[in-house]
Ligand binder design. Structure first.
Ligand code: PA5
Length: 316
């Protein structure tokens, strides 16, 4: 008989395998007329969707709301997209309630819960996954509605993700290296997918239950750079660069950072494909697999979010 650990492992792996199907999710919502600005409210595995979207879309101002409050400018002319996989996250519901009072248009992206009742328009997404594994379902309605993806992006992304699902030995190898020496991951991103460095760190937290540090070029050259030279336990870090920007200035910064601080990237990872969608998803999915394999090596259940749930229950 299969143990609970084996069942959970299989379930989580099954969730990772659905990402390629999720990019085919065609749902969209109508944008309000006279749309002036966009606020995306959400937390954790749902909130990251807003960070990714903000980097992919810049025709209108996009502001993230990752707490209870909304910025003062929110009112008529603002579209508030409230994203919560469960539909019951208190910060997101508070932001949604505030948006209503201010007369903003509201779209909820959720699998159910209170948000499905609260929002004036709702994009219903499939339930039964971990929020962080449902990123495609939550992101695609935004990309579809704001027409961010070029023709052919979905097909290209599907193919790349499918290949990664069949062979994720690269992520597995990194997991083995990190596990062997008990390294702390240090993830540095670059535009236009800086948010993926943050996503990797949260996947380390939630899947592998490991602390992870992250920042982005060029910002890290104005603070982290000092610590990279003089911090405690630098040899315990596993520095990874997610290289999605090979401009001359960024490449010079990466090289100069290594020269000045003595830090050497153990991995420099580039996105795959030509479309924004393929690039962002491919870069992200390596981190999904790496953290899944690391959880396995640590004998940890990648599905388990019991501490987050206990905390939510305590605050009720
Ligand atoms: O990954 C997780 O389980 C969390 O980060 C949740 O996404 C977070 O607590 C917010 O919940 P929800 O996504 O249901 O709004």
């Amino acid at each position: 008989m299969e143990s609970q650990a084996e069942i959970n492992d299989k379930k989580f792996l099954g969730e990772l395998l659905t990402l390629k199907e999720q990019v085919k999710f065609r749902e969209r919502f109508a944008l309000p007329q006279d749309l002036r600005d966009v606020v995306i409210a959400g937390m954790g595995g749902s909130g990251i969707v807003g960070s990714i979207f903000k980097e992919l879309y810049s025709k209108l101002p996009v502001v993230l709301a990752n707490s209870y409050e909304l910025p003062d400018f929110v009112g008529k002319g603002t579209l508030v997209v409230a994203i919560s996989y469960s539909g019951n996250t208190e910060e997101t519901l508070a932001a949604c309630g505030e948006a209503k009072k201010r007369g903003a248009s509201i779209v909820g992206i959720t699998s159910g819960g209170a948000l499905a009742q609260e929002a004036e328009k709702v994009v219903k997404i499939p339930s039964g996954l971990q929020p962080r594994s449902a990123l495609g379902y939550m992101l695609m309605p935004l990309l579809n509605s704001f027409e961010v993806c070029k023709d052919g992006s979905v097909e290209e992304t599907y193919g790349i993700l499918e290949r990664m699902d069949n062979d994720n030995s690269f992520g597995e190898k990194m997991a083995e290296e990190i596990f062997k020496e008990k390294y702390i991951p240090l993830i540095y991103g670059t535009s236009p997918y800086s948010s993926i460095a943050y996503r990797w760190s949260t996947q380390f937290n939630e899947n592998a239950k490991l602390m992870a540090l992250w920042s982005n070029f060029p910002e890290l050259n104005h603070n982290n750079t000092m610590a990279l030279k003089a911090s405690y336990r630098l040899d315990e870090l596993y520095p990874i660069c997610l290289l999605s920007n090979k401009s001359e200035r960024i490449m010079r910064r990466i090289n100069a950072t290594q020269e000045v601080t003595g830090m050497r990237f153990r991995q420099i990872i580039e996105p795959q494909g030509t479309s924004n969608l393929a690039q962002v998803m491919s870069l992200m999915h390596i981190g999904d697999y790496l953290t899944y394999h690391l959880a396995k090596l640590r004998g940890i259940d990648p599905l388990d979010v019991s501490a987050i749930e206990s905390l939510k229950a305590k605050l009720k």
